[in-house]
Design a protein around this ligand. Sequence first.
Ligand code: NCD
Length: 351
Amino acid sequence: MTVNTRTGGGNRDAAGPAVDRSEAPGLAPAQAGRWRRRHLLDLDQLTRDEIELVLDTAEAMREVLQREVPRVPALRGTTVVTLFYEASTRTRASFELAAKVLGADVINVSASGSSVTKGESLIDTVKTLRAVGADVLVMRHSASGAPYLAARHADCSVVNAGDGWHAHPTQALLDLFTLRSRFGNLRGLKVVIVGDVLHSRVARSNLWGLTAMGADVTVCGPPTLLPRGLRAEDRPDAPFEDALPPVRVETDLDEAIRDADVVMALRMQLERQEAGFVPSLREYSRRYQVNEERLARAASHVVVMHPGPMNEGIEISAAVAHGARSLVEEQVRNGVAVRMAVLYLLARRAV
Ligand code: NCD
């Protein structure tokens, strides 16, 4: 096991009972007391009330981030470990920053520098991290379901930071938070998710989150890039990644986008695809790129989202990605507040 960095505001032994957590406004113990879950693995099990609780907590966290010195001791004495078996920039950085702002100790472990490369099994790795004091394990893995396995074997909290094609709950929560900040309420909001839905864990978690919040969701893409589980006839034997809530499916983006309030473009996951899902990238862009011309069919107040990293010129035009309708930067900024909320609720939940 290689420990890359160890930083943070507190020390387990020094934390003691005298820690003043009251500096975090709106973070009355009641907030965490209403949260009962030990892990955050996906949004499929979360009720609307639970999602609202995360978003309300993120609101208080955003206020902390706007302070001159954005630091509160709310998680002093808590150790957060990030265990990433797959590349990441924003997700990992925002979890690390979130933990530090809350005064937690942070240990970053990457698979390439750890005993994982020597063949240590996932379960052994998780047990080792628990033995060195992990209270919350934030994990990304290329295999769908890996964080569920970790959660079964670790007596600490596990946060899924992306598993294979399956789920990415904190990305979906930050998308919901960004939309709630913009529109006030998600009920009836017309959201189009367009692109490589088949390979997108972001889309899957968003389908659960958006439908739980009452949004009116349309999924759009070439039939080869839409998951089987979206079609009712495939449901009975749907595999793990394909159990999804019912939504509208439309393969013509010009149709799907009509009157949309929100267009969420997904990255074409070139690294997860074998050849042959689309005839050519040029053809794909012609039919599915989110650009100014297409957005003219949407509501005049339409906003555009993308989880990043973006393939500009493929699924989204550069003008839209960086234009006035784009919420992309706001999504990244909100990622820190939402991850603070998740870490806080899991670590300080009522047991
Ligand atoms: C996403 C991911 O890794 O699942 N990115 C992210 O977390 N911001 C989306 C993607 O890779 O396309």
